[in-house]
Ligand binder design. Structure first.
Ligand SMILES: CC(C)(COP(=O)(O)OP(=O)(O)OC[C@H]1O[C@@H](n2cnc3c(N)ncnc32)[C@H](O)[C@@H]1O)[C@@H](O)C(=O)NCCC(=O)NCCS
Ligand SMILES: Nc1ncnc2c1ncn2[C@@H]1O[C@H](COP(=O)(O)OP(=O)(O)OP(=O)(O)O)[C@@H](O)[C@H]1O
Length: 195
C-alpha cells in the first residue's frame, strides 16, 4: 500500500484537495476532523482538555473557538494541547492504515496540517503540498467567521512556512488558479501511485 501525505498551511486549499481525492475513490484520513471528533460531545479528549483548560467545555463538548483564543499566540499552551491530542490522532491514523492494509487498498491519503512540523512525512511515500500566493491565502482565511489578521498571524507563526513546505514536497498543488489544475494534478498523482 502507498501512502500520500497531503498538507498545506492554513487556507491553502487542503480540504478542497482532500475532497477531490475522496471523489477519486482514495480513502483519506483527516487529522483535523479527528481532532474535532475527539473534542466533540463524548469525545476521548474532552476530559483531559477540560482539566488543562478550565472553562472551555460546555455541554460535554469543547468550545473550539474559545480554545483557539487561548492557544494560538501562546506557544506553551498550544504545546500542552498538542500533547493531549497528537497521541490520540496518531492512534486513529494507525487504525486507519491497518484497516486499509487488511483490505488490500493500493493508495491512501494522510491529510495532516502539521505533517512536516510533526515528522509525519516519514510515514508517507510521497508528499503533496497545496499552495497559493500569500495574499490569496489571507483573503480566503479572513472571510471566515471569528478570524482576524492577528489570529491568522498567530497561526502562521506556528506553521512551517509555505516556501519550506514547497521545498520539501514531492508535488506542489497550486490552488491559486482554480480547481481544475488541482484536480488534473491529483488525477496524475493517483494514477502513478496506484500502479
Ligand atoms: C485550537 C483548535 C481547538 C481550534 O479549532 P478551530 O476549529 O477553531 O480551528 P481549526 O482546527 O480548523 O484550525 C484552524 C487552522 O489552524 C491550524 N492549526 C490547528 N492546530 C494547529 C497547531 N497545533 N499548530 C499550527 N497550526 C494549527 C489548522 O491547520 C487550521 O489551518 C484546534 O485547531 C486544535 O485543537 N488544534 C490543536 C491540535 C492540532 O495540532 N491539530 C492539527 C492537526 S493534528
Ligand atoms: N483550487 C482552488 N481554486 C479556487 N479556490 C479554492 C481552491 N482550493 C480552495 N479554494 C478556496 O479556498 C478556501 C480555503 O480552502 P480549504 O478550506 O480547502 O483550505 P484548507 O487549506 O483546508 O484550510 P484550513 O487549513 O484552514 O482547514 C475555500 O474558500 C475554498 O473554496
Amino acid at each position: 500500500m502507498k501512502v500520500l501525505g497531503l498538507t498545506g498551511s492554513i487556507g491553502m486549499g487542503k480540504s478542497t484537495a482532500a475532497a477531490m481525492l475522496r471523489r477519486l475513490g482514495v480513502p483519506v484520513h483527516d487529522a483535523d476532523a479527528t481532532v474535532h471528533r475527539l473534542m466533540g460531545q463524548g469525545g476521548a479528549a474532552v476530559t483531559a482538555v477540560a482539566a488543562a483548560f478550565p472553562g472551555v467545555v460546555t455541554d460535554g463538548a469543547v468550545d473550539r473557538r474559545e480554545l483557539g483564543r487561548r492557544v494560538f499566540g501562546r506557544p506553551a499552551e498550544l504545546k500542552r494541547l498538542e500533547a493531549i491530542l497528537h497521541p490520540l490522532v496518531r492512534r486513529a491514523e494507525t487504525a486507519f492504515l491497518k484497516r486499509h492494509r487488511r483490505y488490500g487498498t493500493k493508495l491512501v491519503v494522510l491529510d495532516i496540517p502539521l505533517l512536516f512540523e510533526t515528522g509525519g512525512e516519514r510515514r508517507c511515500d510521497r508528499v503533496a503540498v497545496v499552495s497559493c500566493p500569500a495574499f490569496l491565502q489571507a483573503q480566503r482565511v479572513l472571510r471566515r467567521p471569528g478570524m482576524s489578521a492577528e489570529r491568522l498571524a498567530a497561526i502562521l507563526a506556528q506553521q512551517t512556512p509555505d516556501v519550506e513546505k514547497r521545498r520539501r514536497a514531492d508535488f506542489v498543488l497550486r490552488s491559486g488558479v482554480g480547481r481544475v489544475p488541482v484536480l488534473r494534478a491529483l488525477k496524475r498523482i493517483v494514477t502513478v501511485m496506484r500502479s
